[in-house]
Design a protein around this ligand. Structure first.
Ligand code: S3P
Length: 438
């Protein structure tokens, strides 16, 4: 699909977001390991969610879509039946995680606990992403795993069961990897200790605790002991990674006011708010509540005068999915923005450093790639042209926001990549910019 966009005159409105993808995935997978049934409401939308549901159904999990309770949320509700602490069934087909790294890595942690053989794979992008980062610790725990290209890539053949706890020092800060090890750790004998190099999102730790797991956290060290999980109803907060696109749009447009309702505000995810505030953005957060151990609230963003900043170090895992859209904000800022320590972006759904620099340069921005980030000279004039999404949902949505901020016509090729995480994105963009969808 090609999406044609022109500059928006005014941005105004209230947006409800899809449920947070990371929390939705964990709620479904951890409840599938529990001893009861749980309702998960405001579940995320998109192809990644279908990948998680299909993988879990493939090993015998009973997941049903049910009528949503009457709440302020408008998204789907699922009923998940726990598999009585471990009786999953041998899959009769190759489990397909599609484009979803989180599905692949978390489900692999679960498969490693099972005394049967399974194969898990994904699309071209997923099959090119590093999987040695989960193969090594799971193998050390006792799982038998073989993978493509010298045991480093999907597809993986996994025979699990009889795991034992390990002491693992993670080489990269990754929430997917630590979650995979924690999931395996709940069914290993003895305790599993994970030492993180930096903090990354902690939704798994929070949910495991809420489900009664024997987990302790001491600064960057997580210790998990064999645990039976109690089912937990979860109302998933709105996705802050989806909200990021609207926050940047409102900050960069000269006549804008957007309110985002019930957005997840877990401190390991609010880097986007921290960075935009550092840049001088006009952001106000209110109506704080807590949903299933996760803080959330409403965010109001208005037109702002932004300044360039340096984004590096411990901040990077807190904005890891928001760097493409923050790079667009940097194009509207006064002065230079430097992004470093972000080499992980090269192994996401696309090489997001290359894809972002490619798209924004085509639109006239003045930026260059470095090995671990980019350097962006601010206040460039963006002029519409044709750009590619590289089939990456976050690049598609970044280009979409660029398209309504740039002069002229922006044509986005493979624009339907947004369906991975945010199917209603183009519709909401047309509503918020007051332009009917073509
Ligand atoms: C995710 C963790 C992040 C993020 C991804 C979702 C998760 O990856 O980029 O989109 O749900 O655990 P890392 O494994 O690099 O932290």
């Amino acid at each position: 699909m090609i999406k044609s966009l022109t500059k928006a005159k005014k941005i105004n409105g209230i947006i409800s977001l899809p449920g947070d993808k990371s929390i939705s995935h964990r709620a479904m997978l951890l409840n599938s390991m529990s001893n009861g049934s749980a309702l998960i409401s405001n579940f995320c939308h998109g192809d990644d969610r279908n990948a998680m549901i299909n993988c879990l159904r493939g090993i015998g999990v009973n997941i049903e879509k049910v009528e949503s309770p009457d709440t302020e949320y408008s998204n789907d509700t699922f009923l998940v039946k726990g598999n009585e602490n471990g009786n999953f069934s041998t899959p009769s087909y190759v489990l397909d995680a599609g484009n979803s790294g989180t599905t692949f890595r978390l489900v692999s942690g679960l498969l490693a606990t099972q005394n049967f053989e399974s194969i898990i794979s994904g699309d071209d992008s997923l099959r090119s992403r590093p999987m040695d980062r989960i193969i090594l610790p799971l193998t050390e725990m006792g799982a038998k795993i073989t993978g493509a290209n010298d045991n480093s890539f999907a597809p993986l053949k996994i025979r699990g069961g009889d795991l034992y706890g390990i002491n693992y020092k993670m080489p990269v800060a990754s929430a997917q990897v630590k979650s995979c090890i924690m999931i395996a750790g709940t069914k290993a004998s003895g305790s599993t200790t994970i030492i993180q190099p930096k903090f990354s999102r902690d939704h798994t730790e929070r949910m495991l605790k809420a489900m009664g797991a024997d987990i302790t956290i001491d600064n960057l060290t997580i210790e998990i002991k064999p645990s039976n999980l109690s089912s937990l109803d979860v109302t998933v907060p709105g996705d802050i990674s989806g909200a990021a696109f609207w926050m940047v749009l409102a900050s960069c447009h000269t006549d804008a006011c957007i309110t985002l309702k019930r957005v997840g505000l877990n401190p390991s995810r609010t880097g986007i708010i921290e960075v935009l505030k550092m840049m001088g953005a006009n952001i106000h957060v209110s109506n704080f509540i807590e949903e299933a151990g996760e803080p959330c609230g409403d965010i109001k963003v208005q037109s702002s005068e932004l300044n360039g900043v340096t984004i590096e170090g411990d901040l990077i895992p807190k904005v890891i999915d928001e760097i493409p859209i923050l790079s667009l904000a940097a194009c509207f800022a006064k002065g230079e923005t430097i992004i470093k320590d972000a080499q992980e972006l090269r192994v996401k759904e696309s090489d997001r450093i290359a894809a972002t620099v490619n798209g924004l340069s085509r639109l006239g921005a003045n930026l260059k790639e470095t090995t671990d980030g980019m350097v962006i000279a601010g206040q460039s004039k963006l002029i519409g042209t044709d750009v590619d999404t590289f089939n990456d949902h976050r690049i598609a949505m970044t280009m979409g926001i660029a398209g309504v901020l740039a002069d002229g016509i922006t044509e986005i090729h493979k624009a339907d990549a947004n369906n991975i995480s945010y199917p209603s994105f183009w519709k909401q963009l047309s509503i918020i910019t007051g332009k009917p969808e073509d």
